[in-house]
Design a protein around this ligand. Sequence first.
Ligand code: MSP
Length: 610
Amino acid sequence: MVGRVLVSSQNGTWFFSPLSSLSSRSKHVKDRFHFRQNPFSLLSLKSAMLYSCRSQLQSHQEQSTSAEPFVLTTPLYYVNAPPHMGSAYTTIAADVIARFQRLLGKKVIFVTGTDEHGEKIASAAAAHGSSPREHCNVVSHAYKMLWKDLDISYDKFIRTTDPTHETIVKEFYSRVLANGDIYRADYEGLYCINCEEYKDEKELIENNCCPMHLKPCIPRKEDNFFFALSKYQKSLEEILSQNPNFVQPSFRLNEVQSWIKSGLKDFSISRASVDWGIPVPNDKKQTIYVWFDALLGYISALSQDKEQPTLQDAITSGWPASLHLIGKDILRFHAVYWPAMLMSAGLRIPKMIFGHGFLTKDGMKMGKSLGNTLEPNDLVHRFGSDAVRYFFLREVEFGSDGDYSEERFINIVNAHLANTIGNLLNRTLGLLKKNCHSTLAVDSNIAAEGSEFMNTVEELVEKARAHYDNLSLSSACEAVLEIGNAGNLYLDERAPWSRFKQGGSSSEAAAKDLVVILEAMRIIAIALSPVIPSLSLRIYEQLGYSKDQFDTMTWSDTKWGGLKRGEVMAQPKPVFARIESITEGEAGGETTKKVVKAKRIPQSQGVAEA
Ligand code: MSP
């Protein structure tokens, strides 16, 4: 494909885009440029760039103060189709991190939202016979509803069609333009509508198909505005080498470094052929490229003043983000394009980008474009939000890919939540009711005297904290579940049911054992509350606490010693229902197809049978 790029500033004055500033980007692109005029000296351009990059690097290295909020984002989801389990996965993980940070006492701003502009969305709307706006309203609402059902505790939901967002995007665009980083050029290439990205021919598979979406890329020729990404090659290299934690997990850093090393190409940030988007300031015939637009949602979401939003107001409300959580497919946009755009606008870059793996079905990425999705609404309605949240976080090592199987889902959830946790609580409360009138005989500190069990719990809690902190979410779940396993072992070894029968000091010791287990349950409820918030609340309520007390607890409450003598526990009621599989044959039907569902347990009162 022959590409041709003519370079000019946006208002029509052509300028020289120095080859040196295009750095070592591929010959492929260099060959496409024809330079006409040069109103800027190379020196001033270079020093402006260096200034902006240095200040960026310095500010990036500044330590965050405890007063700074913890700003956490999910990607803004495309509204071409309703959410699927892959989209829910990122948001569940983000919610766990947000809840953990709140437990640590941080002020958290958890941002999520929808990415509503661009060709892909306009085509999806047309296919449904709706206007783009109507279509976006419906799908964006579906995301909000799913987040509610999944107990997602977001603080800000940004839609890229919000007027506030549009104002911020235009202001940001103008800053980048003023910094001399936007120029006009013709471009010809192959475009993947699903990625919303021009592709290099060498990236494509047979018949010019996109390797991710398996659909042919379309030849496009456009007069676009370009962002001078290549100018930021050196600064990006420096950022990555000086801040190795910027991209996580660490094995993804190499990937990003090698993209940069292979030479950064300027990219087109407007579309002449797309109406459904934010108009380019001073050129109403073009709309802003959907990625340039959407990334800014992370900043516009912070905006406080809806009447007169400004970039500065949004920035002072929490920027830079502490963590962008994304899937690995959109790492290049976040770890390369986005920091360069921010540098160009003189803004700080985010502190960390974490690219998780994919949920797969039969080894292929589950996704809206391939249509091989898993329905999260269906899973939540059959099994409840705690089961769904727990399974995906516990089963998929955060950062790696993971395949879904219903059999595994049921086994894990039943073994961990129903048996290890639910049954332990239930049988302990049953014994307490029968032998101690549901009342604690001693303080939990006294109950644990001379026992190794308390130390084990404290060590595991500390492990869980460290894992949450490192975003090793599966290991955090595992560490807390270990407390449950240790509790079950303790109960089985001590067999308080027989010691109660012996009376006297044996009975006193048995009463202490129950306090020990219930204290461990209290700690499990707190430590696992980021992952299974509803179930944790039900456990907490069984231990005699109120919802207000649950809502105000902090991580420091995981310290041993919370339960006190004389406290009265609730009547034992199962907190988590086992998932039963009934074959239709058993249920009266003729086939042997499995019908699998969990019995419902009301939000904050466990009443179903375990
Ligand atoms: N709109 C862009 C993001 C813009 S952010 C400023 C986009 N949207 S998306 O809806 O296609 O994808 C959103 C997120 O969902 C991405 O992080 C993507 O990796 C994630 N997932 C989509 N399918 C997935 C799986 N099958 N598994 C795990 N996550 C995947 O990209």
